[in-house]
Write a protein that binds this ligand. Sequence first.
Ligand code: UDX
Ligand code: UDX
Ligand code: ADP
Length: 466
Amino acid sequence: MKNITKICCIGAGYVGGPTMAVIANKCPHIQVTVVDLNEARIAAWNDVDTDNIPVYEPGLSEVVAEARGRNLFFSTAVDDAIAEADMIFISVNTPTKTYGAGKGMGADLKYIELCARQIARVSMTDKIIVEKSTLPVRTAEAVRDILHNTGKGVKFQVLSNPEFLAEGTAVADLFNPDRVLIGGDSTEEGQEAIQALVDIYNNWIPRERILTTNVWSSELSKLVANAFLAQRISSINSISELCEKTEADVNEVARAIGTDSRIGSKFLKASVGFGGSCFQKDILNLVYISRSFGLQEVADYWEQVIIMNDHQKKRFALNMIKSLYNTISGKKIAFLGWAFKKDTNDTRESAAIYVADELLNEQARIRVYDPKVNSDQIFGDLNYLQTRKPEENASNVKVFEDPYRACENAHAIAILTEWDEFKDYDWQRIYDSMLKPAKVFDGRNLLDADKLRKIGFKVQSIGTTS
Ligand code: UDX
Ligand code: UDX
Ligand code: ADP
């Protein structure tokens, strides 16, 4: 049985960083080296002050502080780390393709392929390769093809071990996951490789929570898990619109259906729309593969989840415009929150970006405050859309470090992220500093609407009319 003593992880991002930090923390007998081409990122992971590591996750800096320098290392020496390792995790990004066949739908696998070629070139000893990035089904095959043709007699086993952690709770999810999924070959070597990875997780996760499958089931399960979660949000969001017409309250509906144990209560929170790096990308991927197999109905079914989500974001923005008397040109709108959810500094696919874009088209002036997202990121997100010139974004959007300043003289406030601190603000003070009627559009149903109304605010929440 292969005894793993050295692990290398390629990619020091939101997945690779936290996952490896926890493995190193729980397995002091294993040396874990996380490598990345991005020198600035590696330097930040190595910052003496662990509060400056590049990924903000509750509890992460403590985990890194404990293991770093002991058995956890961050480095740009990719080849050396690959050559030394018994097991290599691939945690590089797999964005949606922006060019060529599958543009806007399929996953761009060039980073994965580059990794596979690099591993093939450098390796002189047998290795287990673990796909950690979210990948389309049958990616392992491509990786395997490249590795099996090195002509050096080095043997590779390719496993799929998708990551189910959610941002904002990454450390808690890694310490105590619902399950770990490992897919591998049914051959004896494949089973041995699976066992080697099971043994690592088994250092802190009970064996019955470690599921093993074939590679293809494992790869597909990751896409399907995200598609199901996203589908629940689009489902409740579709109902939120109906609630606004019927005087039903979406929170009450969610509670009522969520108590059915067959449905379950989680992921039923109506919102301005889901964001994050995974949901949209994985569904687009599912749609793309289904279409490529000619499964039109399957593809259309899942695509509807995205269509509904886009509609929800747009609807939120259009509703604001309508409530502000159909003209927001020159009006100040304060955005509380920019991250795609609370407790993270990640903004990928955040609803805030699309809502802002829509309002900027109507020449609104946007004032943003987010506790963890900085102004470079916010302008980067808006400029990336290429809807208008960067100078126009720069002149119409202002980022504040003080929420009260962001709200001063605003015509309206939009809540885009459910940061807890927003609940505890001095809302009377905010009301006093705003133009009247002072409006709040709560895209997260976060605030106590009755309390705000008593102060004098006009409040609109998702999926309620009261
Ligand atoms: C998700 C999956 O949860 C995780 O298992 C997978 O590994 C990666 O993708 P993440 O994107 O980090 O994780 O966050 P998640 O908590 O799933 O939220 C995604 C989006 O849905 C956020 O924008 C969130 O605000 C939104 N959401 C979530 C809702 O609008 N309503 C809900 O009830 C739950
Ligand atoms: C349903 C609801 O469950 C119940 O709460 C409501 O009051 C009435 O409608 P019922 O139609 O009696 O009850 O049966 P149910 O067990 O929900 O099954 C409905 C259909 O779904 C059946 O054809 C069943 O075979 C099918 N089904 C159910 C599946 O195909 N797969 C499943 O996992 C579950
Ligand atoms: P994720 O959310 O999947 O972790 P990120 O974009 O946060 O995605 O992180 C992926 C990381 O992988 C980036 O820091 C990127 O620089 C790194 N990366 C991509 N390709 C390679 C490669 N061939 N070698 C080393 N690092 C790579």
